[in-house]
Design a protein around this ligand. Structure first.
Ligand SMILES: [Zn+2]
Length: 89
């Protein structure tokens, strides 16, 4: 069961809560009892593989990873350096 970090909007207390993936996001602050704590997307405890997950589940709430990120230039020297921006810098 993954654990999520939450930050209380009222007192800024940060705490961790374990909950199922299917469980609705939400937590009560153990410090002050505030019921609408913000879930922090840290990825530290629960690792997601693949880039499509954010786009489908979070509907653009956060900046989704680019699904078509440009291939890194000079990835191992395949370009030979001629005219390559990375080789010049
Ligand atoms: Zn609080």
């Amino acid at each position: 069961m993954p654990a999520y970090d939450y930050r209380c909007a009222a007192c800024r207390h940060v705490f961790e809560k374990k909950q199922r993936i299917t469980e609705a996001a939400g937590a009560v602050c153990p410090s002050c009892g505030h019921e609408d704590c913000e879930r922090l997307i840290t990825g530290g405890t629960f690792h997601l593989k693949g880039s499509g997950w954010y786009a489908s589940d979070y509907g653009g709430k956060t900046s989704a990873p680019a699904s078509e990120a440009p291939a890194p230039a000079c990835g191992g020297g395949g370009c030979g350096g001629g005219g390559c921006a990375l080789a010049e810098s």
